[in-house]
Design a protein around this ligand. Structure first.
Ligand code: CP
Ligand code: NVA
Length: 426
């Protein structure tokens, strides 16, 4: 399995086999770390860690993992860098690509990390956006697999705000791994219909399933994993607390929920958690709304069923696996470069794909190897201007292979349920 040069932006971009590969690698790295075996094969490399939102686990996991692998780290917080205020994401990506072998980004809209990746020449890792938290997913899957010995068929119930990063990501992760995902919450907190449909399509192939329910008894009955997250996420306004507490209080994870799930069930939470009043926010909400705990009771959080600290530790091992798998030790598997020159549609007439790949100094920028001929077809390949290709296929970003210093073969995301391959000249 070669993931060198790949971005890690959301699990939707990865096949089940690739996800399992990353979990296996994390398990191997964890075992080696426990046995004191050093794996520092990325010595001399450096990674940038951009945090537009605060973090304990994700930042520490990236820093420790990078250091273990022999890499240097540079931490950029929202106040200390020019990002967004004086320098665009596209420019930042190109600047950092020249100095680092990988870039972690935690921020707001998913579109920002996607743009960063589009312009970066080195792998970009999503350290949490409003929509997705993919590195958390690998840690959660590893934790579940360690506990139950498998992933397929495991029933995970998520309670709380299921339309945000954690609900979305867990639904995708479960669909990919052939698990049953249940969102147990008020209907207005169900994940977006489009993503639910996409996950149902995936689940149909993997043997997983997606359930949406407002009913706590039904949603938690017999679940293997009960999962929750804070009721108000980073970046959301303070005014929202009152409504959230009112809406989500019936979906608190408490003893009744765990008993309904059964004594083999485990409790998970990405953390940080409001399970008592020993935090500033917890104490404030306690005062304002006469609460002693929020999304999970202290009793469940501290119970033997709770896996939260194993889960937190696994953040480090799984993030290490992502960096190890995607950073190229020899620096050759660089990502695509941004293409600027124009297409000459006539140039490839009669040439095979192989010949085309090694065409010197050609003006050709993209070849789409699909059957849907738009502009012109030569030898089974369709040629169209880059602007058209970009417009039509908005997510050209994943690398399949680097053919030479000059030429890179890309695979982009789905368009009208079809996959397309691209050849781009660097
Ligand atoms: N779970 C998680 O992402 O934690 P941090 O916000 O502390 O990074
Ligand atoms: N939903 C939470 C997750 C924190 C890891 C947030 O975005 O704040």
């Amino acid at each position: 399995m070669d993931l060198k040069g790949r971005d890690f932006l959301k699990l939707l971009d990865f096949t089940p086999e690739e996800i399992v590969y990353l979990i296996d690698l994390a398990a191997e790295l964890k075992d080696k770390k426990k046995r004191g075996i050093l794996v520092d094969t990325l010595q001399g490399k450096n990674v940038a860690l951009i945090f537009e939102k605060t973090s304990t686990r994700t930042r520490c996991a990236f820093e420790v993992a990078a250091h273990d692998l022999g890499m240097g780290t540079t931490y950029l917080d929202p106040k200390a860098s020019q990002i967004g205020k004086k320098e665009s994401i596209a420019d930042t990506a190109r600047v950092l690509s020249g100095m680092f072998e990988g870039i972690e980004y935690r921020g707001f809209e998913q579109a920002i990390v996607e743009e960063l990746a589009e312009y970066s020449k080195v792998p970009v890792w999503n350290g949490l956006t409003n929509e997705f938290h993919p590195t958390q997913m690998l840690a959660d899957l590893l934790t579940i697999r360690e506990h139950f010995g498998r992933l397929k068929g495991i029933k995970l119930t998520y309670m709380g705000d299921a339309r945000y990063n954690m609900g979305n990501s867990l639904m995708v992760a479960c669909a990919k791994m052939g698990m049953r995902f249940t969102a147990c919450t008020m209907e207005k907190y169900f994940p977006a219909g489009e993503l639910v449909e996409q996950c149902r399509e995936i689940a149909a192939k993997t043997g997983g399933s997606i359930v949406l329910t407002e009913d706590v008894e039904e949603g938690t009955k017999g679940a293997d994993v009960i999962y929750t997250d804070v009721w108000v996420s980073m970046g959301e306004p303070d005014e929202i607390w009152e409504e959230r507490i009112r809406d989500l209080a019936p979906y608190q994870v408490n003893r009744h929920v765990m008993d309904n799930a059964g004594n083999k069930a485990v409790f998970m939470h990405c953390l940080p958690a409001f399970h008592n009043l020993k935090t500033e926010t917890g104490a404030e909400m306690g005062r304002r709304f006469a609460l002693t705990e929020m999304e999970v009771t202290d009793e469940v959080f501290e119970s033997p069923q709770s896996l939260v600290f194993e889960e937190a530790e696994n953040r480090m091992h799984t993030i290490k696996a992502v960096m190890m798998a995607t950073v190229s030790a020899d620096g050759k598997a660089r990502k695509k470069r941004k293409v600027q020159a124009k297409v000459d549609p006539g140039l490839l007439e009669g040439k095979s794909l192989r010949e085309v790949r090694y065409l010197p100094d050609s003006e050709v920028q993209w070849i789409l190897s699909s059957e849907e001929c738009e502009v012109e077809e030569t030898d089974g390949f369709i040629i169209m201007p880059i602007e058209e290709a970009r417009e039509k296929f908005s997510e050209i970003r994943e690398i399949l292979a680097t053919e030479s210093e000059q030429t890179v073969l890309f695979r982009k995301g789905r368009h009208s349920n079809k996959w397309y391959d691209f050849i781009g000249k660097a």
